[in-house]
Design a binder for this molecule. Structure first.
Ligand code: SF4
Length: 278
């Protein structure tokens, strides 16, 4: 049986960078505490846990002598300040793509302009961005939510990094009806999710079975499963190699493998090796 990996899979740039920054802090002998789970992968969190990495929910939980980690989603300036006051060291692993959205929002607010951010207001990334323009930013899921907003002043439209392109441009277009001023539209969507989906789609038509490695609560992994199922009925979302049922592979000649953006390489290689041994 041939095992084929999709061209793009696993850790995105921002998650890989965050894990590397945490590993550096561990190597420096730090007591590392992440504000919120560093990544949505239980196995990787367990691995980091063996090096003493723990998760806190509030900045007040961090103590002197400890290193606080800001994960890839970023935080508000207020939360960052609290961490800096409480911790001995702060490792800021905010993904640079998220930092860009924060800076754009902050600059527009400083110019007294309104900021429309297309995204989920409950998502940690959006809560962080809002903190950079508290009195000027409106987080809207889609164009329907614009109706509730007042007239907008010189609006800037940006996006949560992981939303769909069509939703972003449809909403940005609709913002034009909410202002008499010029609308500045800056697409801040990151391509990681789309790249993984396109690579999975390209492979799904060529294989008899497909394994998507990722957490059941990881939305990008669940979406990858949907993409694979469109062309390959025998597509399975698994967290570890132990979930592979050899009977599913009866008569299978080629099997595809991909992984969500929070799935570490070591876990992917374990699944590949296991499949190759069957
Ligand atoms: S999905 Fe994109 S924006 Fe989010 S952490 Fe990964 S690289 Fe950064």
């Amino acid at each position: 049986m041939q095992v084929l990996l999709a061209n793009e899979y696993g850790f995105c740039f921002g998650v890989e960078r965050a894990v590397e920054m945490v590993e550096e802090a561990i190597n420096d002998g730090d007591t590392v505490r992440s504000l919120g789970p560093l990544i949505h992968n239980e196995q990787e969190m367990q691995r980091l846990g063996t090096y003493g990495v723990t998760t806190i929910n509030e900045p007040v939980q961090i103590k002197r002598g400890e290193t606080a980690v800001i994960r890839a989603h970023g935080v508000t300036p207020q939360v960052q300040k609290e961490l800096e006051e409480n911790a001995s060291k702060v490792v800021d692993a905010t993904c640079p793509f998220v930092t860009r959205v924060q800076r754009l929002a902050s600059r527009a607010a400083a110019e007294d302009r309104d900021v429309i951010v297309v995204g989920n207001p409950d998502h940690p990334e959006m809560i962080g961005v809002k903190g950079y323009a508290p009195d000027h930013a409106y987080i809207v899921r889609d164009e329907t939510e614009l109706a509730a907003l007042p007239r907008l002043k010189n609006p800037l439209v940006v996006s949560q990094t992981t939303i769909k392109l069509k939703n972003f441009f449809d909403t940005a277009e609709a913002v034009k009806a909410k202002t008499d001023d010029e609308v500045q539209i800056v697409n801040t969507i990151c391509s990681a999710t789309k790249d993984r989906q396109e690579a999975a789609r390209a492979l799904a038509g060529m294989v008899d079975a497909f394994y998507i490695i990722g957490g059941r609560h990881s939305s990008n992994s669940v979406k990858l499963l949907g993409v694979c199922k469109e062309q390959c009925e025998k597509s399975f979302l698994i967290e570890t190699e132990g979930e592979i049922d050899p009977h599913d592979l009866d008569g299978v000649e080629r099997v595809g493998v991909t992984a969500g953006a929070s799935t570490p390489e070591w876990l992917i290689q374990k699944v590949v090796k296991h499949l190759e041994s069957l």
